[in-house]
Design a protein around this ligand. Structure first.
Ligand code: GAR
Length: 216
């Protein structure tokens, strides 16, 4: 049975592209049924169309408030009956009803080594702090912003000469490897959430899986 995935994004969609490439290459056993965005002009929607994947915009301005917008998003997503909802650069905060609806089947990627640097502008804040390492985290989404149970992280070095752009690009390259791997665990039934504890192969995860990639 194919593992139906819907991707939710607001921007460029490079993570979506990496996930779609892995699916196409046969290393990630999923069927991306649709890409859904709050922004009709998101480049990620264009990427989806180019791959003949349904691209659906649900603009906030068409709805009276966030709750109504999230309900419309849920309706758009549930048409595809996903096993997994993959947030890949979706830049809005979900209502509790949305989070509860997808409990245990919604992953997010965040550009920092959580719990450090929750929120926005992570690369800038890392550089201002003079941190030596940075990275990205994949976690289940809960009502706590950037606070859901962690599944995996990739660590990247911060170089003395780094600009915000150079660092962001390095983190992106790590994201493009980490996210497909974690999604494959979900697709093959290896990854589950039991209460608020992540299990891999039936064993509770005491620490997120850590990756370093030589080529980032
Ligand atoms: C990624 O770096 C992702 O970690 C981040 O948005 C970027 C999307 O890039 N997500 C967040 O900041 C969520 N809080 P992409 O559109 O090129 O995949």
């Amino acid at each position: 049975m194919s593992h139906r995935v819907v991707v939710l994004l607001s921007g460029s969609g490079s993570n979506f592209a990496a996930i779609a490439a892995a699916a196409r290459a046969g290393t990630l056993p999923i069927d991306i049924r649709a890409v859904v965005s709050d922004r009709p002009d998101a480049y990620g929607l264009e990427r989806a169309r180019a791959l003949h994947i349904d691209a659906v915009a649900v603009p906030l301005k068409d709805h009276p408030d966030r709750a109504a917008h999230d309900r419309a998003l849920m309706a758009a997503i549930d048409r595809y009956d996903p096993h997994l909802l993959v947030c890949a650069g979706y830049m809005r905060i979900f209502t509790p009803a949305f989070v509860q609806h997808y409990a245990g089947r919604m992953l997010n990627i965040h550009p920092s080594l959580l719990p450090d640097y929750k929120g926005l502008h992570t690369h800038h804040r890392v550089l201002v702090d003079g941190a030596r390492t940075h990275g990205c985290s994949v976690h289940y989404v809960t009502e706590e912003l950037d606070g859901g149970p962690l599944v995996g992280q990739a660590v990247v070095p911060v170089k003395p000469e780094d600009t915000e752009e150079a660092l962001a690009e390095r983190v992106h390259r790590a994201e493009h490897q980490l996210y497909p791997e974690i999604i494959s665990w979900h697709a093959t039934g290896r990854l589950t959430l039991v209460g608020d504890v992540v299990h891999v192969d039936g064993v509770p995860l005491t620490m997120p899986a850590r990756r370093t990639y030589p080529d980032v």
